[in-house]
Design a protein around this ligand. Structure first.
Ligand code: AP5
Length: 219
């Protein structure tokens, strides 16, 4: 199972990735989480990308391509993986194809920009696990604490409204072209891989999860 979640910042990719990972037993490759871990650890990569991420811009393609190519070679990816946040540009998608990595399913989660701005203002994250909450839509059992570890939740640097709007603009300009790219690839491929699905991400977390499970269970 080689899957990819596509969607704008805040569409719910990270939220749904955790459910998919648990149900189908495949690792989640979240490039955003990998970069945030590098920033938190102060590695050379982290030092290089921090200001780019804080500004809501994309990290250069060559850095991301190397990072993902290395991650996919790890043994836990042998029977599949879930890409969350990669590819995000046409050159990144082309690099994946050049490495002979064929995706089985792409699920695009569609949410309107104004809904995203509301969502991001209430997002709280448990950085060690990647679990995400929302003050109103998906609250933790205890305010400010992770449900599993009881550790403190944090708000991301790039969730300020101004930065969220910049990230949305970057999405429309640089990532949205992947919708056409993958739909065309899907239609032109004899074995119909990757299959392309577009769903609305504006129902409840549980409703979106059920839509994704019904697509993947039908495989
Ligand atoms: P990344 O971490 O990938 O951020 P993103 O794509 O902008 O996605 P988010 O994590 O913000 O949102 P999400 O879709 O996962 O939503 P979530 O589930 O949290 O990337 C961060 C940065 O890293 C980039 O800006 C870039 O600089 C860099 N980067 C990463 N990958 C890169 C790449 N490939 N190339 C170049 N640069 C790269 O949900 C959001 C909120 O909504 C939460 O509070 C959640 O509880 C709530 N929510 C979720 N579902 C629902 C629902 N159905 N109803 C109501 N609320 C909901």
């Amino acid at each position: 199972m080689r899957l990819m979640l596509l969607g704008c910042p805040g569409a719910g990719k990270g939220t749904q990735a955790l459910f998919i990972k648990e149900r189908y037993g495949i690792p989640q490759i979240s490039t955003g989480e990998m970069l945030r871990a590098a920033v938190a650890a102060g590695t050379p990569l982290g030092l290089k990308v921090k200001s780019i991420m804080d500004a809501g811009q994309l990290v250069p393609d060559h850095i991301m391509i190397d990072l993902v190519n290395e991650r996919i070679k790890e043994p836990d990816c042998e029977h599949g993986f879930l890409l969350d946040g990669f590819p995000r540009t046409i050159p990144q998608a082309e690099a994946l194809a050049a490495a002979n990595i064929v995706l089985d399913d792409i699920i695009e989660i569609v949410v309107e920009d104004e809904e995203i701005v509301k969502r991001m203002a209430g997002r709280w994250t448990h950085s060690a696990s990647g679990r995400v909450y929302h003050e109103i839509y998906n609250p933790p059992q205890q305010p400010g604490k992770d449900d599993v570890t009881q550790e403190s939740l944090i708000q991301r640097e790039d969730d300020k409204e101004e930065t969220v709007r910049r990230r949305l603009a970057v999405y429309h300009q640089q990532t949205k072209p992947l919708v056409d790219y993958y739909q065309t690839l899907s239609q032109n491929n004899k074995n119909q891989r990757p299959r392309y699905f577009s769903i609305s991400g504006e129902g409840s977390v549980d409703e979106v999860k059920q839509k994704i499970f019904s697509i993947l269970d039908a495989e």
